[in-house]
Design a binder for this molecule. Structure first.
Ligand SMILES: Cc1ncc(COP(=O)(O)O)c(C=O)c1O
Length: 407
């Protein structure tokens, strides 16, 4: 059965997969670990407004795809920020302030103490900054406001006004720079060096590791929730990739929990911003240049995160690319509840993993390669809701509110 009219995709098996290697080998536990996860969980679950996001079953779509079960972890409501990113940037802001406070006072503080305003004289003198295509900057701005420091966010030419406003509402100064996401990353870095600000980036590069590690560790709260909500361990997990931080966090969590019996793991990107796919083919990180022009704004990244790659290269079974048209179609399928499922509001960057699954499950060769069939239990992460209402309405033809009302 055809589920998506736009059926173009690319799929490559990973030649460098080390399925039987221990997760802890090769320094992976220095990036993400169960111990650091427990710390992140105890802090993040103490923040006001913390709630597990729902895991939504899609039995109708699963039937149409010929698989046993399909589960969609819906991050649209995360902390009222609209995406899973709320877990990462804000957690990294907290960790950074925690270290600064410890350096100044010798005292190890928890989130509750900073939130009480007890450390305001230190935090109010600090500025955090980052580049963003929307969601990460919103999380950093929210975290800065919540924990009481200043915030300057850099956006590139392609970031919509709606997304800029969503960042500014948390009190951050938003600066627009020419070029693409990676140009904005460089500008934020330069200005931070000049002004003594702290860069809270979701991507890691040579010599910049500890902040993106905290960002990724924050994401693992979402993975842990999903695995506890699932009725049975998944056999297949499809996750969308931008710089790879999200995908590495999911991969590391599954690897630590299930070892070599972990699910088949597939990373999916837009065809126009496929740095992870190309890196997999080349066997080393490859940069994709150009405007990275895709509607999947959160995935419009041309350079892989170095620490994410250290987990993804040995841990991913296959890499895929999919088209913008297929992503838009999938947003409409979810909004309509087309196969008898309850309607879901999903943003442009939320559905790439699900698109990859839908295309692989309905293609004989890909199906066989990934072992997809009637016994498969698939998990995908719907990483954002309608983070830009205008864009959502243009693509789906109705507002997110109207879709919710029909649910
Ligand atoms: C909604 C959404 N999903 C997925 C991603 C991809 O995350 P990463 O860049 O860590 O690969 C992003 C990144 O901004 C995002 O905003």
């Amino acid at each position: 059965m055809t589920v998506l009219e736009s059926s173009d995709f690319q799929l490559t098996g990973n030649q460098r997969l080390s399925r039987t290697a221990s997760y802890d080998a090769d320094g992976r536990a220095d990036i993400l670990s169960n111990r650091a996860f427990e710390v992140a969980r105890s802090e993040i679950t103490s923040w006001t407004g913390y709630q597990e996001t729902p895991l939504r079953g899609l039995p109708g779509l699963a039937r149409a795809l010929g698989i046993g079960q399909l589960h969609y972890k819906d991050e649209g409501g995360r902390f009222g920020i609209g995406s899973f990113k709320a877990l990462g940037g804000a957690y990294a802001v907290f960790r950074l302030l925690q270290k600064e406070i410890e350096g100044a006072t010798g005292k190890h503080v928890h989130a509750a103490e900073i939130l009480s305003g007890a450390c305001k004289d230190i935090t109010s003198r600090l500025t955090v900054t980052c580049a963003t295509d929307g969601n990460h900057g919103r999380s950093v701005a929210w975290g800065a406001q919540m924990f009481g420091c200043r915030c300057v966010i850099y956006v590139h030419a392609g970031v919509s006004d709606g997304r800029c406003k969503a960042i500014a509402q948390y009190g951050a100064e938003v600066r627009r720079v020419p070029g693409n996401y990676d140009d904005a990353v460089r500008q934020a870095d330069q200005d931070a060096k000049k002004s003594g600000w702290f860069v809270v980036s979701d991507t890691s590069y040579e010599g910049y590791v500890s902040v993106p590690r905290d960002v990724m560790q924050g994401y693992s709260i979402m993975v842990d929730e999903a695995l506890r909500q699932l009725p049975a361990p998944p056999t297949h997990v499809f996750v969308q990739g931008g710089v790879g931080g999200l995908a590495a966090s999911v991969c590391a969590h599954l690897w630590q929990r299930y070892g070599d019996r972990r699910p088949v793991y597939v990373v999916v990107e837009p065809e126009k911003a496929d740095c992870l796919y190309r890196s997999a083919v080349a066997g080393k990180p490859v940069v994709v240049h150009g405007s990275l022009d895709t509607i999947m704004a959160g995935l419009a990244c041309g350079e892989v995160s170095l620490i994410a790659w250290k987990i993804l290269q040995p841990g991913t079974d296959a890499f895929m690319t999919v088209t913008d048209e297929a992503a838009a179609e999938m947003m409409r399928i979810l909004a309509d509840g087309r196969y008898g499922d309850a309607p879901i509001v999903s943003g442009e960057s939320a559905v790439a993993g699900l698109v990859g699954l839908a295309l692989a499950a309905t293609d004989r060769e890909a199906q066989a390669k990934l072992g997809l069939g009637p016994d498969s239990v698939a998990l995908v992460f719907g990483t954002e809701g309608a983070t830009d209402q205008d864009v959502y309405r243009q693509i789906v033809g109705r507002s997110a509110e109207q879709v919710c009302a029909a649910a």
